[in-house]
Design a protein around this ligand. Structure first.
Ligand code: DGY
Length: 326
């Protein structure tokens, strides 16, 4: 459909959003929204996208070559997430479709959560709360829920982008931790100094870390970056935290490793095939499980939604997205 110069472009907001974001979009666009938050099938999403020039997505909507071929009016997909593994970026670029994400606005909030999950895991907070709520607490005991220390320990970070660096600063400067990281490309010396972090090889990271946090983006190569072989290299006292993406950890191998005491504990905010969770993880006591909420504070989620909206307005109204991926 050709857009008349006087016609407002049409967009689809594919999931429920803050009402003020719809208010922001409505003067610029004919907006079709999904405030009931219905989970559409790919075919239903294609149907809803007919005649739409833009779509506001979350990490849950898959945008691939088949969808693009079936939606000839589409020009931009604005993801309300920094991660974009729901986008086939190559297919989008080949089809001339703009892709955008929401970097920066969630960095500190997500780093806070990484630390919260690390502390909850190492200090056995979820496990001990379940014990208390079950009415099992009837005395003090010298080793009751004795976990491992955060301060002064060695923090390992796999993936050292913006969020990894924000976590490193918290560890090095706030908790006096020795911080080591592994990343395909090494940071420059000034950034390493600022983060208090030292680059090591992946085997060294696995072997030396008391706590290992995963913050690398998902890619085909990152799938099962932590599986049985990697877990076997970690210390038996170590904790593992995944706030990156499901599928980076082999969840079945992790559940087995936790049961066998290969590592001490894990904290997971993301899962292979989420919102489904591997059933074995649900039976293991020494794992803290949260439903993909690392960026979930009200101000940060609002900032993410605002940035996704600004990308739609910037691109469809002024020809320039704020945070383009291609
Ligand atoms: C992101 O921004 O990628 C988060 O995982 C979604 O909340």
């Amino acid at each position: 459909m050709a857009i008349d110069a006087f016609m407002k472009p049409s967009i689809l907001v594919a999931r429920a959003v803050f009402p003020q974001i719809l208010t922001l979009l409505e003067p610029h666009f004919e907006v079709t929204s999904n405030q009931d938050d219905t989970l559409w099938t790919p075919a239903q999403l294609i149907d809803k996208l007919q005649g739409k020039q833009g779509v506001f997505t979350t990490g849950s909507e898959r945008i691939d070559a088949a969808l693009l071929a079936a939606c000839p009016d589409l020009k931009i997909c604005a993801n309300m997430a920094v991660g974009y593994n729901n986008f086939d970026l190559q297919a989008m670029t080949a089809a001339g479709i703009k892709a955008t994400n929401t970097p920066d606005v969630l960095t500190e909030t997500t780093a806070d959560f990484g630390f919260a999950l690390l502390m909850a895991t190492a200090r056995r907070m979820a496990e001990s709360e379940r014990f208390l709520r079950a009415g099992l607490w009837n005395r003090w005991r010298y080793d009751m829920f004795a976990g491992s220390d955060i301060h002064g320990s060695t923090l390992g970070i796999l993936g050292m982008g913006r969020i990894g660096q924000a976590i490193a600063k918290r560890g090095a400067h706030g908790f006096g931790m020795k911080v080591i990281y592994h990343n395909r490309s090494r940071l420059d010396v000034a950034t390493e100094l600022n983060c208090g972090a030292t680059w090591v090889s992946k085997p060294d990271l696995l072997q030396q870390a008391d706590h290992l946090i995963l913050v690398l983006p998902y890619s085909a190569e990152a799938r099962h970056a932590i599986g049985a072989a990697e877990l076997a290299q970690m210390k038996p006292s170590a904790t593992l935290v995944n706030i990156a993406r499901g599928g980076i950890v082999d969840d079945a191998a992790l559940a087995a490793a936790l049961k066998q005491g290969v590592i001490a504990a894990a904290g997971l905010d993301v899962f292979e095939g989420e919102p489904a969770v591997h059933p074995d993880l649900l039976t293991v006591p020494n794992v803290v499980l949260t439903p993909h909420i690392a960026s979930a504070t009200m101000p940060t989620r609002l900032a993410m939604a605002q940035l996704a909206a600004d990308n739609l307005i910037g691109f469809l109204k002024h020809g320039k997205a704020v945070t383009p991926l291609n």
